[in-house]
Design a binder for this molecule. Structure first.
Ligand SMILES: Cc1ncc(C[n+]2csc(CCOP(=O)(O)OP(=O)(O)O)c2C)c(N)n1
Ligand SMILES: [Mg+2]
Length: 546
């Protein structure tokens, strides 16, 4: 059998449905083998588009998303999505081509050491040097990509190896059950929670990767313990729950941190240090119980006193089964913080000024989307507003990246969401900077007849960096630019473009976009004048008074 045919059979054997690709000549044997396969080939316009789609596939299904690129420049373009998947815990396999490794007349043309380049951003990176190893190396790559903590893996498939003859041999895709935590760890955790006066629950990204919602919800209902989430832990429990305190979009000085500061124990389920810290631990300060698939990595701002290691759903169930409400638990301050948060957030929900406040946009989207509909975010200042102000009802309904925090993933991840869940509406919320980083994928979206709406928050600037610049006391400098006419830009791809002129007009356009099929783009002027006064000044003052 031809090696590239075996490669594709091995991918089919792993249940691969899609390959996202920008092929080069070094991938042509592979491409030919793919032609006769059930796997759907999706051609992107930049390798980042392929990588972000594959990573999002992995993030949402738990199965590795697969992307394909050529050697050298194709592979270097995959580095950002690799880091995105690796830090974010998203299973993804990257396949890159290479010139013949046994005998080549190309000297060093286009050749860099891709396997080594991928090392710091993957769990596994290997060149296939013999066709007879293809099946086992693919099995091993999938095993590692899926295993907690999931991440990126890479296989380099050189041209001459792809053309070799080999035996047809596949390995069964065997998974494993994650071990349960040790009873002693549960006992110690229960003791610490019983002894605490003001315990708080933190829900992080790991809880969104597995089906932990029911267990966590029962834990909160049974104990009455208040909870908050990291940005990537949003939606694990419906945020309309009376014990929901908020999402840690900042690391300190938000209302939520008044509660965190008072708590004497944090039960952390599924957060690891790759996310922007939801709070800082201090020597002699509050205690933390780390409930996760593996022990905590120690960091100057994170050094938990107890690790409960094992399947987190089971850990949470065990904790809930052994905990009893304690008469000395004191939650009245958390209740007060919650009501302050709610009244603060709602102040700006109704502010209809135009250009529009990001707070208002989060509110309008919540009102217009069903519980299962999905927003994907790119990276910019609005991510903070959405994390704080958008109320998730279900897990993975606000898809954002708070680990690599890369710009450019908003549109590709919305495309992947639409392919996976054609019955749910999807809106990509992007900055004008982030959108432009992968805007070429508009062509892919239109060609694939996808249904999605892109909202561009137009401030003609790298707004997030402006916000930081102002906070650091620097003068406004070096962060402004001009934009293309986004309406015409959308139209040139065969998409629909809209430019609202008032709050009311935006609502009409949004309704039209959500009701209609196809790719739609809304160029929304945004008002960022409250970023600095609220996030840097007002919050600090209000939190101190609590
Ligand atoms: C690929 C990448 N480059 C640079 C950054 C640093 N960065 C973070 S946010 C930001 C500005 C984002 O601008 P825009 O997309 O317009 O969003 P805004 O904050 O203006 O709403 C920059 C440059 C990044 N996170 N990712
Ligand atoms: Mg901007």
């Amino acid at each position: 059998m031809k090696a590239s045919d075996l490669f594709v059979s091995a991918l089919e054997n792993e249940g691969v449905e899609y390959i996202f690709a920008v092929p080069g000549e070094e991938n042509l044997d592979f491409l030919q083998s793919l032609k006769n396969s059930k796997i759907k080939l999706i051609i992107n316009r930049h390798e980042q588009g392929s990588g972000f789609m594959a990573a999002t596939y992995g993030r949402l299904t738990g199965k590795p998303g697969v992307c394909l690129a050529t050697l050298g420049p194709g592979a270097t373009n995959l580095v950002t999505p690799a880091a995105y998947a690796q830090l974010g815990g998203m299973p993804m396999l990257m396949i890159t081509g290479q010139k013949p490794i046994k005998k080549s007349k190309q000297a060093r043309f286009q050749i860099i050491d891709v396997v080594d380049m991928m090392r710091p951003v993957t769990k596994y990176t290997k060149q296939i040097v013999n066709a007879n190893n293809i099946a086992s190396q693919i099995r091993e790559a999938f095993r590692l990509a899926i295993e907690e903590k999931p991440g990126a893996v890479h296989l380099e498939f050189p041209e001459d190896i792809a053309q070799e003859d080999c035996e047809m041999e596949l390995f069964e895709a065997v998974g494993h059950i994650i071990p349960n935590p040790d009873d002693r760890a549960i006992e110690q955790a229960v003791k610490m929670i019983h002894q605490a006066k003001m315990p708080l629950l933190l829900i992080g990204a790991g809880a969104n990767r597995k089906v932990t919602c029911d267990a966590l919800r029962s834990f909160v209902d049974a104990t009455g313990i208040y909870f908050f989430t990291t940005q990537m832990g949003k939606g694990v429990i419906d945020e309309r729950h009376p014990q929901y305190l908020g999402t840690a979009a900042l690391s300190s000085n938000d209302f939520l941190h008044a509660a965190i500061d008072e708590a004497d124990l944090i039960i952390n389920v599924g957060h690891d240090t790759v996310e922007k810290p939801p709070f800082f631990m201090k020597k002699g300060g509050k205690k933390v119980i780390h409930v996760n698939f593996s022990p905590a990595e120690v960091d100057p701002v994170y050094f938990p006193q107890l690790n409960v290691v094992g399947d987190i759903t089971h850990s949470v169930k065990e904790l809930a089964a052994h905990l009893q409400k304690q008469p000395h638990w004191e939650f009245s301050f958390f209740k007060k913080v919650k009501s302050e948060v709610e009244s603060h957030l709602s102040t700006y929900f109704k502010d209809t000024r135009f250009p529009m406040l990001p707070q208002r946009l989060a509110h309008l989207l919540r009102n217009n989307l069903a519980s299962g509909d999905i927003i994907t975010l790119d990276n910019g200042i609005y991510k903070i507003w959405f994390a704080r102000n958008y109320t998730c009802h279900l897990p993975n309904t606000l898809i954002l990246d708070n680990s690599l925090a890369s710009m450019g993933a908003g549109l590709p991840s919305a495309m992947m969401v639409n392919i996976l869940y054609p019955d749910r509406k999807v809106v990509a919320v992007c900055g004008d900077g982030g959108f432009m980083m992968n805007s070429q994928e508009m062509e892919t979206a239109v060609r694939l007849n996808l249904n999605l709406t892109v909202i561009i928050l137009n401030d003609h600037a790298y707004g997030m960096i402006k916000w930081k610049q102002q906070d650091m006391g620097f003068e406004d400098f070096g962060l402004d630019y001009n934009n293309p006419d986004f309406v015409k830009y959308a139209e040139s791809y065969g998409a629909k473009g809209f430019r609202p002129e008032s709050d009311h007009h935006f609502q009409e356009i949004l309704e039209t976009c959500l009701k209609s099929d196809g790719v739609k783009l809304i160029d929304l002027p945004v008002d960022y004048s409250l970023n600095h006064p609220i996030l840097n000044i007002m919050l600090k003052e209000k939190v101190q008074k609590l």
